[in-house]
Design a protein around this ligand. Structure first.
Ligand code: FDA
Length: 280
């Protein structure tokens, strides 16, 4: 699968911390905030889960003197959730402790883990803690989850959802997903704690901009969050308009599952890969 690396490079900030940090500093210098994801997921080996924990702690150590306002994003399946929830909790707590004021957000994964990820977040959350969560607009359950997170004032990143889910639990039609995204974004923007609107969908962004203007929502009370390497023009446009723009920056050697999800999101990406393979 190394053959996909030239494509992966567009979406990841490097295969190691040193390269990633150069890109993170560059983004910071240009006015963007960053959320860092050490790539890896679905670990079935306790040693690998501990290595992932240590990589996050090494990252925090490396930026200690830079006072960068960065967030961390973690996949609980990388921290050992599918092996043993107690091991996962121990690893996550170590990262949260090391993170201090930096927000630690749990990425949302496939629906077999949704409840366990939400439960872990609610269990570890304390008032004013640095914990955040992601919710997916394609899931029917998410309206209820958003209400819970607003009630607890846990910071939420709202995205459409990137996994293949069945019709009995998830909207399948893009229009329905968009409508639900907006239905969820409105209360988050009005009453949520520092929500992040995570999409590159210009129709959604246009609606959100109209909503915040109508409701007089201050730009410092929420983020737009976009993926590293996706729609840089839109990232810059939002930044230039005075919004807080966060870039989700993944790095590490386990780039394949993340890259395959980015590939699947757009048929142009698949065509690009096929074309470059044919040209080899
Ligand atoms: P949509 O897919 O409609 O894309 C809109 C436009 O953006 C496209 O027309 C294209 O121009 C561009 N674009 C989008 N994806 C692209 C790609 N892969 N390559 C090139 N161009 C692309 N999901 C999840 O299940 N759990 C999570 O924790 C997260 N976390 C997360 C963080 C952040 C910051 C973002 C932005 C997204 C996520 N996601 C996620 C992924 C999310 O669920 C969704 O799959 C993608 O964001 C694509 O959906 P969009 O809303 O961007 O719209």
């Amino acid at each position: 699968m190394r053959i996909l690396y030239p494509f992966a490079k567009r979406f990841i900030a490097g295969e190691n911390l040193e390269t990633a940090l150069k890109n993170i500093y560059k983004l910071n210098d240009n006015g963007y905030l960053c959320t860092i994801d050490v790539l890896g997921e679905d670990t079935h080996n306790p040693g690998q889960a501990e290595n992932a924990r240590d990589e996050y702690i090494a990252l925090l150590k490396a930026i200690e003197t830079h006072h960068m306002p960065l967030d961390l994003s973690l996949k609980l399946s990388q921290m050992g959730l599918s092996i043993d929830p107690a091991l996962c909790r121990k690893n996550v707590e170590a990262v949260i402790d090391a993170a201090g004021q930096h927000t630690v957000r749990f990425d949302m994964e496939g629906s077999n883990l949704t409840q366990a990820i939400l439960d872990m977040c609610l269990e570890l959350h304390q008032p004013h803690s640095n914990l955040g969560i992601v919710v997916q607009a394609y899931l029917h359950r998410t309206e209820k989850d958003v209400a819970t997170m607003i009630d607890k004032q846990i910071s939420v990143r709202l995205c459409k959802g990137a996994y293949k889910e069945p019709a009995d639990i998830a909207f399948q039609d893009m229009q329905a997903i968009r409508e639900n995204f907006l239905k969820l974004a409105h209360p988050l923007l009005k009453e949520g704690h520092l929500p992040a609107i995570a999409t590159h969908d210009e129709t959604l962004i246009r609606h959100i901009l109209q909503f915040i203007e109508k409701e007089k929502i201050a730009p410092e009370t929420f983020y737009f969050e976009l993926l590293y390497g996706v729609r840089r023009d839109l990232q810059k446009h939002l930044l230039d308009q005075g919004y807080q723009v966060r870039i989700y920056v993944p790095y590490g050697s386990a780039w394949l599952p993340y890259t395959l999800r980015r590939l699947a999101e757009r048929k142009e990406n698949i065509l690009f890969v096929i074309k470059s393979l044919v040209q080899e």
